[in-house]
Design a protein around this ligand. Structure first.
Ligand code: NDP
Length: 481
C-alpha cells in the first residue's frame, strides 16, 4: 500500500520517527494508504530548509518565480484526471466535482498568482514639495500554511501560490484526513523545477504538526483555513509572538429567498448551494429563509428535487452526492439531525445514513436532509453542521429575514434571491458577511476579497489582499526640500 511522504528540502522523505497513520477511503470505509505521522522534528527540518532557501528565492526575479509557477499550473492541468480521481478517493466527493471544480481551481490558483505578482505594485505618497514617501513590500520569510479537508488541493494551493509568488518560502500542512493531492503536488513541484526548500509539505495531525508550525518562532506568519475553534487556538498561541495571521473559519450561511425571485433558477442553484460536496463547503447556504407567500411551493419543489439526487459511488458520473469525509464526521452530522428532532424539527427528506451495497457497504453516506419547524435561535440553526443538512424557515418581512440572517456568531457568506434591484442592494448592505451572492452562488473572481466577519475569520484572501498579507510594507520618506 502506498506510503505518502513528506516533501522537505526538495525531496520526498519519510517522517523522522517512521510512524504512519491509516488513510481511509470514505466511499468504502477501507484503509487505502498511509500518511506520515510527523512531529515537531519534521517541522524543524522543514523550517530549516525553508529558512535556507529564503534568501535566494526572495531575490529570484519575479519573472522567474512566475515562470516556475506557471509550469506547476500546467502540470496540474496535464494531470487533471489523475488528481481528480485521487481527490475523490481521498475525500469521498463525486469525481465529477473534483474534475470540474477542485483541480481546475488549483491550477488557476497558481496561474492567477504567477501572473498577479507581475502586476503587483506598491504606493507612493507625495507631501507636495516637502517630501516623498514610497512603500517597499518585502516577503515576510517562512510562511506557515494550514488547510482543511473539504476542498483539499483547492484550498492548499490558494495559500501556497500567493505565498511563494511574493517571495516567501513555505511550510505547509494539509489536513491529515485528505493528504493525497498535496503529496501528488509535491511530485509536480519537483518536476516543475521549484528550487529546494521553497515549498515544504509536512503531513500529520493538527495537534502535532499544525501546532508545531503555529508555535515555531521562525515562522512569523500563519495562513489558516479550518474550524473556528482551531482558529481560536492558533490565535491564542500566535498572538503573544506577534505573528501575522489570516484566519478563514467556519460559516452558517443564510440563503434568503424572496417571492419575486426567478424561481426556476433559484431552485436549481439552491440544490447546489445546499448539497454540493455533501454540504461540506464553508460557503454552503445551510439556513434557507423563504418569504411566506412562496414557502409551500418552495418546500414542495425543493424537497422533490432533493429526493431525486442520487447518493452513491463517487466515481459514478450519475452520483450527485458522494460520501462525507470520515466516520467521525458522519457521526457528528447524524447527531445534529437527532438534535434537530429533539429541538422540534420535522425531517422532510433524508435524515439518515445510507447503506450502499457491496464494496461500498462500509462507506460514509448520508441522505441529503431538509428540516423545517425550527426556531432561528435553536442550536441546529446556530451551529455549523458542515454536512448535507439544511433547514427551511418562512419569514414575513425584510426586517425579519435580516434579523434571522444576522443572528449567528458567523459571518462568512450570504445568498440572496430577488429580482428587486433596490432591495438587493439594501439587504446586501445590511448583511453581516464578507461575501454576498445575489441570484447566484460560488461565482468567484479571484481578484475579489475573500473572507468572513465575526467568528468566520480575520483578514481577507484573494487578489492583491493576499499579496499584501504575505508581504511587509516599509515606508521610506525622503525630504526633497
Ligand atoms: P479543523 O480546524 O479541524 O482543521 C483544519 C486544519 O488545521 C487541519 O489541517 C488540521 O489538521 C489542522 N489543525 C487541527 N488542530 C490544530 C492545531 N491545534 N494547531 C494547528 N493546526 C491544527 O477544520 P476541518 O479540517 O475540520 O475543516 C472544516 C472547517 O473548515 C469548517 O469549520 C469549515 O467551515 C472551515 N472552512 C472554512 C473556509 C473559509 O474559507 N472560511 C473554507 C473551508 C473550510 P488535522 O486535519 O490533522 O486535524
Amino acid at each position: 500500500m502506498l506510503k505518502i511522504k513528506n516533501y522537505i528540502n526538495g525531496e520526498l522523505i519519510e517522517p523522522s520517527k517512521k510512524q504512519y497513520i491509516d488513510n481511509y477511503n470514505p466511499a468504502t470505509g477501507k484503509v487505502y494508504s498511509f500518511i506520515p505521522d510527523s512531529d515537531e522534528s519534521d517541522v524543524e527540518l522543514a523550517v530549516a530548509a525553508a529558512s535556507a532557501a529564503f534568501h535566494s528565492w526572495s531575490n529570484t526575479p519575479k519573472d522567474e518565480r512566475s515562470r516556475i509557477m506557471l509550469k506547476i499550473s500546467e502540470l496540474i492541468e496535464k494531470n487533471l484526471e489523475r488528481l481528480a480521481v485521487a481527490e475523490s478517493v481521498d475525500n469521498g466527493k463525486p469525481v465529477s466535482l473534483a474534475r470540474m471544480v477542485d483541480i481546475p481551481r488549483a491550477a488557476s490558483n497558481f496561474h492567477f498568482y504567477a501572473t498577479g505578482i507581475l502586476h503587483y505594485a506598491a504606493e507612493s505618497h507625495s507631501m507636495e514639495d516637502t517630501a516623498i514617501n514610497y512603500t517597499l513590500r518585502s516577503p515576510v520569510g517562512v510562511a506557515g500554511c494550514i488547510s482543511p479537508w473539504n476542498l483539499p488541493l483547492y484550498l492548499f494551493t490558494w495559500k501556497i501560490a500567493p505565498a511563494i509568488a511574493s517571495g516567501n518560502c513555505v511550510v505547509a500542512k494539509p489536513s491529515e484526513v485528505t493528504p493525497m493531492t498535496a503529496y501528488l503536488l509535491s511530485e509536480l513541484c519537483i518536476e516543475a523545477g521549484l528550487p529546494k526548500g521553497v515549498l515544504n509539505i509536512v503531513h500529520g495531525y493538527g495537534h502535532k504538526v499544525g501546532s508545531a508550525i503555529t508555535a515555531h518562532p521562525k515562522i512569523p506568519l500563519i495562513s489558516f483555513t479550518g474550524g473556528t475553534k482551531t482558529g481560536a487556538e492558533i490565535a491564542r498561541v500566535a498572538a503573544p509572538m506577534f505573528k501575522k495571521l489570516s484566519l478563514e473559519l467556519g460559516g452558517k450561511n443564510p440563503n434568503i429567498i424572496f417571492a419575486d425571485c426567478d424561481f426556476e433558477k433559484m431552485i436549481k442553484t439552491t440544490i447546489n448551494s445546499s448539497f454540493a460536496n455533501q454540504g461540506q463547503i464553508c460557503l454552503c447556504g445551510s439556513r434557507i429563509l423563504v418569504e411566506r407567500s412562496i414557502y409551500d411551493k418552495f418546500k414542495k419543489e425543493f424537497v422533490a428535487s432533493v429526493n431525486k439526487m442520487k447518493v452513491g459511488d463517487p466515481a459514478d458520473a450519475a452520483s450527485r452526492v458522494g460520501a462525507v469525509v470520515s466516520k467521525p464526521h458522519m457521526e457528528k452530522v447524524l447527531s445534529y439531525i437527532e438534535l434537530a428532532k429533539e429541538e422540534g424539527g420535522t425531517v422532510l427528506c433524508g435524515g439518515h445514513q445510507i447503506k450502499l451495497e457491496g464494496e461500498f457497504s462500509e462507506g460514509y453516506y448520508i441522505a441529503p436532509t431538509v428540516i423545517e419547524g425550527l426556531t432561528a435561535d435553536c442550536r441546529t440553526n446556530q451551529e455549523e453542521i458542515f454536512g448535507p443538512v439544511v433547514t427551511i424557515m418562512p419569514f414575513d418581512t425584510e426586517e425579519e429575514a435580516l434579523k434571522h440572517a444576522n443572528s449567528t456568531q458567523y459571518g462568512l457568506a450570504s445568498i440572496l434571491w430577488t429580482e428587486n434591484l433596490t432591495r438587493a442592494h439594501r439587504i446586501a448592505n445590511q448583511l453581516h458577511a464578507g461575501i454576498i451572492w445575489i441570484n447566484c452562488w460560488l461565482l468567484r473572481d479571484l481578484r475579489t476579497p475573500f473572507g468572513g466577519v465575526k467568528s468566520s475569520g480575520v483578514g481577507r484572501e484573494g487578489g492583491f489582499e493576499a499579496l499584501n498579507f504575505f508581504t511587509e510594507p516599509k515606508n521610506v520618506c525622503i525630504k526633497i526640500k
